[in-house]
Design a protein around this ligand. Structure first.
Ligand SMILES: Cc1ncc(C[n+]2csc(CCOP(=O)(O)OP(=O)(O)O)c2C)c(N)n1
Ligand SMILES: [Mg+2]
Length: 394
């Protein structure tokens, strides 16, 4: 890339003109149209029947898991959930183009990527119920997964946290000479955080092999993207930072897969970051604490439902003779049963002993945490009826 920091490399003009945002007009890559047919003379990436089936099954699976967990929250069985309905192609299509040694740094709506890596229903449920079998001992809110064995970094609630961390992690991968990259998922809303800019610039300047995947799903809770920024989406910011950038149809698994495969290749061989902006739509509510009927219309939702990523991919697979309606229905039913039976099983698993709250924080728990724990135990003992389920075993 041309070094723009030195005046000698800057072209000259004698016209006083402003450069407008519209000049960029970044196109969106689409390989499959909404009905699953090829977009023009698009060339599809090589994808085996086995991989295509794994992608479709993971998309169907995560939709069922989301549906059941939202219902479980409504029934008071878990405290919180966050569905990814409508965005399955962005996360699963990208995860499918990675290698297991690649690190995933996620925001919170990327359960599809985790399922693709092999996280089981039981493990999802253990996390959601914060029980003693949960990998982080139930000390996180539901959906804040962290799975070392699957190279899935623990999720942090404050938006943007993972962005500079991903640049740093990828820098470490490059220094260690490992053939791996880091993918960093975030929403277009998180791209308004200072951490986004710090992370992008750091990756660009230090040539970190990181793929920034922005899910531009149209909303940051109730704020539509047109009220969040005035530029050409998030893609234009990548170009501003000197980062190679691709904008894709985030509801087209094939486009996301092809873009991520290309980004991975560039990041690994050219040692540099790549930004992918996946244009999609959050069909779900923001979380179980949100009600989108207060800020958007049913019509708008229906327009996006017509671009459903799962149906689009299934239609393409059908055209290849890789999809059978009956088989698919049976698979969905079997998955639903499995999710329901795991829910019933996992619900019975006890939570950790309350002492685990302060274990692993320091090498040995310091006096002030021990003191706080003793106070907590005394408080729970005094008001046992206020802590029926949530209190750890005493
Ligand atoms: C620093 C910070 N500010 C605000 C919040 C509250 N918050 C949680 S999610 C969210 C919206 C994020 O939107 P986006 O990044 O587009 O992701 P999406 O939910 O659309 O997937 C906000 C404002 C937070 N978690 N952290
Ligand atoms: Mg968003």
């Amino acid at each position: 890339m041309k070094d723009r920091n030195h005046l000698s490399n800057v072209g000259l003009t004698n016209q006083v003109e402003v450069i407008s945002n519209g000049l960029l007009d970044i196109p969106m890559v689409q390989l499959l149209q909404a009905d699953g047919s090829l977009h023009g003379d698009a060339t599809l990436p090589d994808m085996s029947e086995e991989l295509a089936k794994k992608i479709l099954h993971t998309m169907q699976y995560i939709r069922i898991l989301d549906e059941r967990m939202v219902a479980a929250q409504r029934q008071g069985r878990i405290s919180f959930y966050l569905a990814c309905t409508g965005e399955e192609a962005s996360t699963i299509g990208s995860a499918a183009a990675l290698e297991p040694q690649d690190m995933i740094m996620s925001q919170y709506r990327e359960q599809g990527a985790l399922a693709f890596r092999g996280f089981t229903t039981e493990q999802f449920m253990n996390q959601m119920f914060s029980n003693e079998k949960e990998l982080n001992k139930g000390r996180q809110m539901p959906i804040h997964y962290g799975v070392k064995d699957l190279n899935f970094m623990t999720i942090s609630s404050p938006l943007g946290t993972q962005i500079p961390q991903a640049s740093g992690y990828a820098y470490g991968q490059k220094m260690a000479g490992v053939p791996a990259v880091t993918i960093c998922y975030f929403g277009e809303g998180a791209a308004s955080e200072g951490d986004f800019h710090a992370g992008m610039n750091m990756a660009a300047v230090l040539n970190c092999p990181v793929i920034f995947l922005c899910r531009n799903n149209g909303y940051a809770i109730s704020t539509p993207s047109e009220e969040q920024f005035a530029g050409d989406g998030i893609a234009s910011r990548g170009i501003g930072y000197g980062i190679k950038t691709i904008r894709v149809d985030g509801n087209d698994v094939m486009a996301v897969y092809a873009a991520t495969a290309k980004a991975r290749q560039i990041a690994l061989t050219e040692h540099c970051p790549v930004l992918i902006e996946a244009m999609t739509y959050r069909l779900a509510a923001h979380s179980t604490s949100d009600d989108p009927t207060g800020y958007r219309s049913k019509d708008e939702e229906e327009r996006w439902r017509a671009k459903d990523p799962v149906q689009r991919f299934a239609a393409w697979m059908q055209s290849k003779g890789w999809y059978n309606e009956e088989e698919s229905k049976a698979h969905i039913e079997q998955t639903r049963q499995e999710v329901l039976s795991q829910l019933k099983q996992v619900e019975k698993v006890p939570v950790c002993h309350i002492n685990e709250i302060i274990n692993d924080v320091y090498d040995t728990p310091p006096w002030h945490l021990k003191e706080q724990l003793a106070e907590l135990k005394a408080h729970i003992a005094k008001y046992p009826e206020a802590y029926p389920k949530t209190a750890g075993r005493l």
